[in-house]
Structures are given as structure tokens and as C-alpha cells.
Design a protein around this ligand. Structure first.
Ligand code: HEM
Length: 453
């Protein structure tokens, strides 16, 4: 698959939609289902109209794999989708929107700070932060708004671990800024005039204030840290001082507040879905309780201990399969190429539907079933080529993946160890929202019946 100039060219179908708005409704309701249905009806390449723009979608395992191939890297770039965000911050570039060498340079600067290294030896600190959140945001006997509680928990965790400070007073500002920017400038599902809204302007000013505080904090502590104590902020600021061509002053706020743009909604939405899915499946809940009771029986945990909670890991993987926060990756064609017999023209805006295989019977028997044992040997259903891509694929694959895995495993293990939770009402069916990041609605609540420990 890929460039095959001699292959016959198939005309790319346009998905039936409504006049003027095109496929906005299908995309807004359930984008994962929408892409799957289109893939079944039209094949691996089709076009969708969203408001006034037409996008080409390439979907399925071949499309997922294409992202990681040499051809894929040559034919696709990320720049255009992120340009609006870069301009809005008065920056020159951002990690997600760079390609080729320039992207590699930036990724190398941030790799250590975003990696699992940043959390090495700090698992018990992460547990303490999780405990703090449990005691603050999950009052016994009352319905707890799950997504909101998770947003505060994740900000506390990412802030403390990656940046050295937990900016809880900025959570709503960060979220408002992400919401407007992703909706208006990145996914372009909302009109531009919304950026004039005072609510957005105030939130953005506060995010800049947070960025400036991080810079001031770096200078206040400069020269006092050993290399192994340095965090993402130190690495970005050191790069700015040593190599301002790669990290100019104009790009600092965007880079320094990056962990929140990349990690807040992604993790908060995923672990909120985890809570729902686990409470919906009492047999899974029982297995998780058994594992986490053993995990925390001795108080502190070591890195090795995380291997002892396979059901928690299986439930996280299954949550990310069924509730992917990145349904598709957005790219632009750098040049004309042929994919699955379809001609794609240079400059076309593309969605790469990497989550489509997540819902296909061909890869995941009984795909609607929340089955946490799919990932264990010998089944290893996720190991089929191109079948599982919750963290994306290719050069932009999630840089925080290994960190997120530890963060989610510890948070969920601790939450279910400490709290006795129940869906409220017990037969509750999850309501979701899709913009900007797919996930549960803010109304999703669970009842905290009491403390287990
Ligand atoms: C449930 C958890 C997460 C999921 C499912 C997830 C998913 C993704 C996906 C799909 C991409 C690729 C986007 C693209 O190709 O256009 C991505 C990129 C990225 N993620 Fe994550 N992410 C998660 C958590 C995190 C966390 C906790 C961090 C760090 C705080 C993080 C940092 C990043 C960064 C820096 C990138 C940009 C990489 C690049 O452009 O080179 N992510 N993530």
C-alpha cells in the first residue's frame, strides 16, 4: 500500500451528508462510530465534508501502519493543523506541528522530561498526590462528578511530577484555553469569532501568567539542581539558553504549558471512562479489588510491583480501545500520492482513522465486549499489525505514553483500593461529549459509598 503510481486510480467517494453542514452531526455524535460506519460502507478511503471544508479520510490497519512508514513520513505532515495554535500564542512552532528534522530536534529536547524517567523513584509521591485528590474531591455519601475530580487529580500529578508545581488554581483556565483552541483552531469545528469571547481571553491570559511563573521559577532555582533532578521545564529552559534558534523566547509559554495541553484531557477522560467501564462490570471490579488490596498491603510500592496488577493494565488497555481520545490523526498531504488505489493530492487535509480497527470483529472478536483479557498471551489481540493505536503512530506517537501508563495504573489502582464506588443510578449508561477530546460528559457522577481503606 502507499505510493503506486502505476496502480489504477479509484474515484474517492464523498460520504453522504446534509447540505451546508455535511457530516458535522455524525462526527459530533460519535466520531469513532462514524468513521467505522463509513469504512464499512465506502472502504479505506473516503471524503467527508465538515462545514465548508472537505477532508479525505484514510482508515483501517493500512492507514495506521502507513503513518510509521518512510512513505508515510514523506507524504504526510502535521504543520497546517497546528499553525493556528502557534499563531495564537505568538510562537514560531510547537512539537505537535513540526515535521522532519525540526520535529526531531524538539522531541529530543523534551524526550527525557516527558518520559517514564521523570517518574522514576516517585511512585509513592504519585500515590500521595492521588490520596490528596481522593480526600479533596470524593466526599463520602455524595455523588462525585468524576471528570472534574479527575481533571484536578491529573493537573496535580502532572504539575508536581513534570513541572515541579501543581497549579490547581489554573485548572479551569487551562481547560477553557484548550477547549477553545482545539475546537476553533485545530479541529476547526467551531467558528473563529469565538476567540473574541472574554471568557477565552481571560483564560488565555491566565495560562500565559502560569507560563511566566514557570520561567521565573526556573531562573530562581537555576544552578541549584543536579542533572538527574532536572525536569521538563529545566530541559526546555536550558535549551532556550543554550540553543535559542530551536527554542526561542517566543515559544516558551507554549512549550512549558505543553504537558497540560497534551496530558490533562487525555488522561482525565480516559480514567473517567475506566471508572465507568469497571463499575459496569462487577466481575472486573472484583478482580481489580483483589489485585489492588494485595498491591498496597505493605504500604509503599516499588516499580516492580506494577507488574502484579494485570487486570488494572488490561482494563486500561480495553478502556483505550473502546473509548479512544484520539479517534483519528490530522495531517496534510505534502505531495500527490496513491493510497489503496486512490489518488490523494498534495495539500489535501487528511484524517488518518487509526481507531477504526479497534471496533472491528476481524481483530477483536465480540468487539463491543469489555474484555480485559484480550491483551494477555496467547490472545494478544492488540499485537496484530495496525490493530491498536490509542497513542497514535509514526513520528508523533505520544511522547508521554510510558508516563501516562504508570500514571493511569497507579491512579486507578489507588482509587479503587481506597474507595467503594457505585454508578449513580446503578443502571447509568455513559453519556459522552466529543469536543474537543472525546470523553464522558461533565454530568457523569458516581456515588462514594465509603472508604475501603
Ligand atoms: C490516555 C493518555 C494519553 C493518550 C491516549 C495520548 C494520545 C496521544 C496521541 C494519539 C498523540 C499523537 C497525536 C498526533 O499524532 O497528531 C499524542 C501526542 C503527544 N502526547 Fe499524548 N496521550 C496521552 C497522555 C499524554 C500525557 C500524560 C502526556 C504528557 C504529559 C502526553 C504528551 C504527548 C506529547 C508531548 C505529544 C506530542 C508528540 C509529538 O508531536 O511528537 N500525552 N498523545
Amino acid at each position: 500500500m502507499g505510493i503506486a503510481e502505476t496502480a489504477p486510480v479509484i474515484e474517492t467517494p464523498l460520504v453522504r451528508g446534509y447540505p451546508l453542514i455535511g457530516s458535522v452531526l455524525g462526527m459530533a455524535k460519535d466520531p469513532a462510530r462514524f468513521f467505522l460506519d463509513c469504512y464499512r460502507e465506502y472502504g479505506p478511503v473516503f471524503r467527508v465534508k465538515i462545514l465548508s471544508k472537505t477532508y479525505t479520510v484514510i482508515a483501517g490497519v493500512e492507514a495506521a501502519n502507513f503513518l510509521g512508514t518512510r512513505e508515510g513520513k514523506e507524504c504526510l505532515r502535521s504543520k497546517e493543523f497546528w499553525q493556528g495554535l502557534v499563531g495564537e500564542y505568538g510562537a514560531t512552532r510547537t512539537l505537535t506541528g513540526e515535521d522532519g528534522e525540526a520535529h526531531k530536534e524538539l522531541r529530543d529536547i523534551m524526550r527525557r522530561g516527558y518520559s517514564k524517567e521523570s517518574i522514576k523513584g516517585r511512585y509513592n509521591e504519585l500515590i500521595s498526590i492521588t490520596d490528596r485528590s481522593i480526600e479533596r474531591d470524593w466526599p463520602v455519601g455524595q455523588p462525585a462528578p468524576v471528570l472534574q475530580a479527575m481533571q484536578y487529580m491529573v493537573t496535580d500529578q502532572l504539575g508536581s511530577i513534570l513541572t515541579g508545581a501543581a497549579p490547581l488554581e489554573y485548572v479551569q483556565d487551562i481547560r477553557t484555553t484548550i477547549l477553545y483552541i482545539l475546537n476553533v483552531l485545530v479541529t476547526r469545528q467551531r467558528p473563529k469569532f469565538l476567540l473574541m469571547h472574554p471568557k477565552y481571553k481571560k483564560a488565555k491570559a491566565r495560562v500565559f501568567e502560569l507560563g511566566e511563573k514557570m520561567i521565573a521559577d526556573y531562573y530562581a532555582k537555576k544552578g541549584t539542581k543536579k542533572d538527574e533532578e532536572k525536569n521538563l521545564i529545566d530541559d526546555i529552559m536550558d535549551a532556550h539558553l543554550n540553543n535559542p534558534r530551536v527554542m526561542p523566547a517566543s515559544d516558551l509559554v507554549l512549550s512549558l504549558t505543553g504537558p497540560y495541553v497534551a496530558g490533562l484531557d487525555t488522561v482525565a477522560n480516559t480514567i473517567s471512562c475506566f471508572v465507568y467501564a469497571v463499575l459496569k462490570h462487577p466481575e472486573v471490579l472484583a478482580r481489580i479489588h483483589k489485585e489492588v488490596d494485595a498491591l498496597f498491603a505493605n504500604g509503599r510500592i516499588e516499580e516492580e510491583d506494577l507488574k502484579k496488577i494485570p487486570s488494572v493494565h488490561g482494563a486500561i488497555m480495553e478502556t483505550m480501545r473502546l473509548y479512544p481520545i484520539a479517534v483519528a490523526q490530522m495531517r496534510t498531504a505534502t505531495k500527490d500520492f496513491t493510497f489503496a488505489g486512490h489518488k490523494i493530492k498534495g495539500g489535501e487535509m487528511l484524517y488518518i482513522g487509526t481507531s477504526v480497527p479497534h471496533f472491528m470483529e476481524e481483530f477483536y472478536p465480540n468487539p463491543e465486549k469489555f474484555d480485559i483479557d484480550r491483551y494477555e498471551k496467547p490472545r494478544s489481540e492488540h499485537m496484530q499489525s495496525g490493530a491498536y493505536s490509542p497513542y497514535g503512530r509514526g513520528p508523533h506517537t505520544c511522547l508521554g505514553k510510558s508516563l501516562a501508563e504508570v500514571q493511569m495504573a497507579i491512579s486507578m489502582a489507588r482509587l479503587f483500593y481506597r474507595l467503594d464506588l457505585e454508578l449513580d443510578p446503578p443502571d447509568y449508561v455513559l453519556q459522552t461529549k466529543t469536543a474537543p477530546t472525546p470523553g464522558p460528559s461533565m454530568e457523569f457522577k458516581v456515588k462514594v459509598k465509603g472508604f475501603r481503606h
